[in-house]
Design a protein around this ligand. Sequence first.
Ligand code: SF4
Length: 204
Amino acid sequence: MVKNDLQVSESAIRALSLCIRKAYLLIFSPGLSSPNAYEYMQVTLSSVTRQNYFHSILNQSVVESFSTLAISKGVDILTSVNLSVDFLSVRNTTLIKVPNKLPLDVLRYEPIIFSSKNKIQQEDKIELSFIGYTLSKFLNYLPATGHVVLVDGRNITVKLSENIKKCLPSINLLQGWLTQKSNLPPVVLNKHCPYCEFQNICKV
Ligand code: SF4
């Protein structure tokens, strides 16, 4: 059965790299989530990274909320990007304009995410790949790179095409859950369990 109201988000694809059951719960039962202090701390640190980044570019870049007008104006940074296509969705994402190397270069945007850590994680590459892939369906081009801003302010560039190829089986798996019959995967204890927002459901 097709479940039109459900979608695969960047948080689900990120979760899949930690635990398949968590990814399933995030898509089908997000209301059962019970974030703990660790999860809140991660969200807070990411938010601080984001604030510091925007403060650092305050006088150099034009920042606007995502809209077709903002894209056509070629603003430097687009915030609040919310898109849904083919059961995939990105929420409150940020895009950054690719600097033109030549005067007639076509205007392009790439995803940028804000980390709670001072070292890039595999989940960051997966999230950027997912956003890049979803964007490509809307913008009709595949962003060449994406960016992770670390908590210490460093901006790490990630090449997307290889990472998207690696990420596609995961995207297809989650899309498949929405278009075919699927069941909640069993509890398999793993190193993420102590930090997970679904501990209460799994009784770990
Ligand atoms: S508590 Fe453990 S098994 Fe349950 S969803 Fe979270 S990571 Fe997966």
